[in-house]
Each structure stands twice: as structure tokens, then as C-alpha cells.
Design a protein around this ligand. Structure first.
Ligand SMILES: [Zn+2]
Length: 379
């Protein structure tokens, strides 16, 4: 996939380009910002630019270095992301890749290839929860060695907040590396959740804060994939500037999408023990086996309630979600005092619930009860 980082995040890119031109390249950056704002894609493009032979405003894409970087095959480029395994210190297997099953190893190979073709592809190894201490140990063994070619080594850590999980052993190990930065090396920590990183790490990095991607940029990415305009308009609206979500939405028929949202909202409204039970089980399974789908479905329902809030307060232009305007106006008539902000918080919490090791079917039933209790607000 050819893509131009100066188009997807223009302000960020001009800042990065000026860092390169002034030759003030730092040893550690933190790319933070909402999901789907192009952080990983821009990090890959920045790594390529740092090593491009042409020295233009972006990487040229055609010199020998750029070709190796865009195929993610340069020995100076290290990609790190969560792998399956435990955080415990014992593990004799110093090579973290040895802990992978055959299927996981095969997934990893194809995922890296997908990432090379599409910088918006998300690498998600099954069972992986964090960047492991062994991965950082392995990095420490190799990152101080002299590289075989000229140029700058780039270490990209995706989902970097997972370094801070548990007792933060991985974060502490990385901190030692950041405190003695290897020569001619740039670390880029990429995360949606910078607040989950220890401050000691954050303070070692220059923070580059990404805004959500604008609708026009998402629209042209969808157009490039041949998505028709009416679908594209709906996806842009539902995506909230999140490129991953927009691509994900565009991959399924709009009708199906709309009926999923409608069913979810109806399930909440209609307190029926049989429906609630099967709903809780379905979403419990989804949270485990398709966590991305789970997050997306809840986000869309949040969006629905957000639109109900906009319709009620008269903020915004009001015609954003025409597919649901009838449902929403009925809802607002029936529940004029519903605590919509409270509902938003309840849904936020259920998105995070799988990370907290709760028994999900029960957590989901409680979520339904909670939302209902906010419908009739006594205040
Ligand atoms: Zn180049």
C-alpha cells in the first residue's frame, strides 16, 4: 500500500520532518493518541524517513533503504508488540519467540507481511497480553551491538502501555535501556493509553500527541478500497476519526451493521430474562474470542446514545445519524429524563471489563441492569 504520511496526519508529519531536517533526532519518542489515528503508520514512515537516502520531505519509497523499510525487512528496524507468555522472571527460554505455538508462529509471519502491505493492519497475536520482560532482555542484548550498515536503528514498540502491566518488569527493563541510550538509535513507543505507562518512562520520551484522523482522510482511504459513497459516509460518521474502525465497518454490509445496533438497543429497552441471558452469553463469548468485534459493537451503541443526547440538547447539526432518527426521537419521548452520560460511563466500563478478568456473562447482565437504571433518572 502506498500512503503518504503527510496526508494522514499533516501537522504531526511536518513536525517530524522538521526534526529530521534540523538533525535534532531524539533517542525516544512517545506517539500517543486515540485508536486509529495513524500512530503506527506514521512511526513506520518516520523510521523509513530517518534512513532514506533521498532526504526529502517524506521517505522516497524507492531507494534501497526505503524498499527494505517498507517491507519491514531492514536489520536496523525492530518491531516489538505483545507476545504470549508469562511475566515471571524464571523462564529459561530467553528467546520469547520460542514460547509460540506453531499456529501463533504462522500467524506472526503472515501478520508482519500484512503490516508491510497495509500500515493500518493491527498485529494481534492470540493469547498475547503484554510486551514480555524476555523481549526487552533480548533487545538489551542486541541493541548495543554495532549495526552492519550505516543509518539509524529504530525500535518501534506497539501497544507500549502493556510494558506497564503487572509489576511493570518490562517497563523497568526498558527504562535501563532508555537511561543509557545506544548510539544512533531511536525508540518509538506507540500507545492509545499513555497514562498506563510509568512516568519514569514517559519522562524519558518526547511526546507526540496525535489527534483523531479527519473524516476526509478516512474517506479517501475508503474510496481507495472501492467503498461506495453512502456506505463511506456512514462509516466515517460511526468511526469518530478512528481509521481501524472505519475500515472494519466498511468491510461489512451497512444493513447488517445497522440492525446489530438496533438489536442491541432493543435488548436494553426490553427487559426480558430469556433475551438478556442469550445476549450476555453471546457477548461474553465475543469478548473472549473476538475482542475487537466486542469493542466495536459497544462503541456503536455508545454512539447511538450519544446521538440521542445530541438530538435532545440540540447540539451539533442533528442530521448525522438519519438511519436512527426515528428510533432516537421515540426514545427521547419515552425516557425524557434518561441519564445519558451515566449510560456512556456504564458502556465505557464494560469495554474495559475483559481486561479485569471478570466473569463476562455476569458483567454484561449487570451492564444491562445498570443502563436500565439510568433510563429513569430521578434527579
Ligand atoms: Zn528512500
Amino acid at each position: 500500500m502506498t500512503f503518504n504520511p503527510s496526508k494522514i496526519q499533516p501537522a504531526i508529519w511536518s513536525r517530524l520532518a522538521s526534526i529530521v531536517h534540523k538533525n535534532k533526532i531524539g533517542s525516544a519518542y512517545l506517539f500517543s493518541g486515540p485508536e486509529g489515528s495513524g500512530k503506527e503508520a506514521v512511526a513506520l514512515a518516520f523510521a523509513a524517513m530517518l534512513n532514506c537516502n533521498a532526504k526529502g520531505d517524506t521517505s522516497c519509497g524507492s531507494c534501497a533503504s526505503c524498499i527494505r523499510f517498507t517491507s519491514l525487512q531492514d536489520e536496523k528496524l525492530t518491531l516489538m508488540f505483545p507476545l504470549p507468555g508469562s511475566e515471571k522472571k524464571d523462564s529459561n527460554a530467553s528467546d520469547p519467540l520460542k514460547g509460540l505455538s506453531k499456529d501463533e508462529a504462522a500467524y506472526l509471519l503472515s501478520a508482519i507481511e500484512s503490516k508491510a502491505h497495509d500500515p493500518f493492519f493491527q498485529i494481534r497475536v492470540p493469547r498475547a497480553r503484554q510486551i514480555l520482560i524476555n523481549q526487552i532482555r533480548e533487545l538489551r542484548r542486541t541493541v548495543y551491538l554495532k549495526s552492519m550498515s550505516d543509518g539509524r536503528k529504530c525500535v518501534l514498540l506497539f501497544q507500549a502501555h502493556t510494558l506497564g502491566k503487572g509489576i511493570a518488569a518490562s517497563a523497568n527493563a526498558l527504562l535501563k535501556v532508555l537511561e543509557e541510550p545506544p548510539p544512533n538509535t531511536t525508540f518509538i513507543l506507540v500507545t492509545d493509553y499513555p497514562a498506563q505507562l510509568p512516568l519514569t518512562i514517559v519522562s524519558r520520551c518526547q511526546n507526540i500527541a496525535f489527534p483523531p484522523m479527519n473524516g476526509e482522510t478516512i474517506g479517501s482511504a475508503l474510496a481507495e478500497k472501492g467503498i461506495e459513497e453512502s456506505t463511506s459516509r456512514l462509516c466515517i460518521h460511526l468511526s469518530d476519526g478512528n481509521m481501524h474502525r472505519a475500515l472494519n465497518l466498511a468491510a461489512q454490509p451497512s444493513e447488517e451493521l445497522l440492525s446489530q445496533i438496533r438489536d442491541f438497543v432493543r435488548t436494553i429497552m426490553k427487559e426480558d430474562s430469556g433475551t438478556w441471558k442469550s445476549f450476555s452469553q453471546e457477548f461474553g463469548r465475543m469478548s473472549r474470542f473476538s475482542p475487537e468485534e466486542y469493542k466495536l459493537r459497544i462503541a456503536l451503541v455508545q454512539k447511538w446514545f450519544h446521538e440521542a443526547y445530541i438530538a435532545r440538547t440540540g447540539a451539533g447539526n442533528g442530521n448525522n445519524f438519519s438511519e436512527f432518527s426515528e428510533d432516537i426521537s421515540k426514545f427521547n419521548q419515552r425516557y425524557p429524563n434518561a441519564d445519558l452520560k451515566g449510560i456512556h460511563t456504564v458502556l465505557d466500563n464494560i469495554v474495559q471489563a475483559p481486561d479485569k478478568n471478570l466473569y463476562m456473562p455476569l458483567a454484561i447482565t449487570n451492564m444491562l441492569l445498570d443502563v436500565r437504571s439510568h433510563l429513569i433518572d430521578s434527579s
